[in-house]
Design a protein around this ligand. Structure first.
Ligand code: ADP
Length: 277
């Protein structure tokens, strides 16, 4: 569905951000694109959406070259930026103008999500709070029935109940035909909804595994003390003990702690990646 190979990209007059970016993403999956601020997450989403153009290498999305902006490609991809402006329209007027660009636009789905988020058609977009605007855009994006939905830091600006509603909605509307790619530096916000984790650091993919692989190869535990367990890949102190990450030697099944995984990768990516060999 998405295939980036040896992709090179630099902003004008800046040093190269992506030297040789490689990434593959399939349909039917929710991907978490994790990385610190400035790692290159937004840039990667914009390259996939065709809003930025690679210098070299290839970027194949749904069989198209995104930079050509083919109408059959554009109807199937939606990018929700981290920040955006709306015109002073009601939701109803916005829909009339924008939904026509998406031939499969589904008003039933839109109604369902607007109801879940307590938004009404009469609301004027400019009078909504930042969080409400984000919710509206998410509802609109899902209702387009696009095959690839790119969400850039979607939980920023949302309160805790809204974050959990967002997770529920994302999990509800994923289908075999589409994929959701969600960038965030707040890894806890995506707990329990991801199928795959991709971590980028300074323009490089430093980790890319499915949740299934992570569960098979790693064990997440809370322990009172750190005895001399040689299999510990990472540990962090917490109240009353430690969070530890170890290799999964005894085929245990533990709940993935995304934050511990992320911190472990950032501390020693080779050590974590070696656990998968
Ligand atoms: P992230 O989304 O992971 O926070 P970005 O993709 O936004 O990272 O940015 C990656 C790097 O590219 C940063 O160093 C940032 O300063 C730089 N950058 C982003 N946008 C531009 C731009 N329009 N012009 C020049 N540099 C940019």
């Amino acid at each position: 569905m998405i295939n980036l190979g040896q992709l090179k990209f630099a902003y004008k007059r800046k040093t190269v951000l992506f030297e040789q970016l490689n990434a593959k993403m399939d349909s039917g999956k929710i991907y978490g694109l994790l990385g610190h601020n400035g790692a290159g997450k937004t840039t990667m989403l914009k390259l996939i959406a065709g809003l930025l153009f690679p210098k070299s290498g290839f970027c194949n999305v749904l069989g198209f070259k995104p930079e050509y902006r083919n109408p059959n490609f554009i109807k199937d991809i939606y990018y929700i930026p981290e920040e955006f402006e709306f015109p002073a329209f009601s939701i109803e007027k916005y829909l009339k103008i924008h939904s026509v660009f998406y031939p499969d636009f589904d008003k039933v789905i839109l109604n369902e999500i607007l109801n879940e988020f307590d938004l009404s058609y009469e609301s004027k977009l400019t009078t909504l709070s930042f969080g409400q605007k984000k919710k509206f855009l998410l509802a609109f994006a899902i209702a387009t029935k696009c095959r690839i939905l790119l969400m850039d830091e979607p939980t920023n600006g949302l309160d805790i109940p809204s974050k959990s509603k967002l997770r529920q909605i994302i999990a509800k509307y994923i289908t075999d035909e589409r994929s959701f790619i969600i960038s965030t530096h707040q890894v806890r916000d995506l707990d329990n909804i991801l199928d795959s984790v991709i971590v980028i650091e300074r323009g490089q993919v430093i980790f890319s595994k499915s949740i299934e692989e992570i569960q098979q190869k790693l064990v997440f535990k809370k322990v009172k003390s750190l005895d001399d367990n040689k299999d510990i890949l990472y540990s962090s102190r917490e109240l009353g003990g430690f969070n530890v990450l170890t290799k999964n030697i005894h085929t245990e099944e533990t709940k993935i702690d995304l934050e511990t995984l992320y911190n472990a990768i950032n501390t020693n990516k080779e050590l974590v990646n070696n656990a998968f060999n």
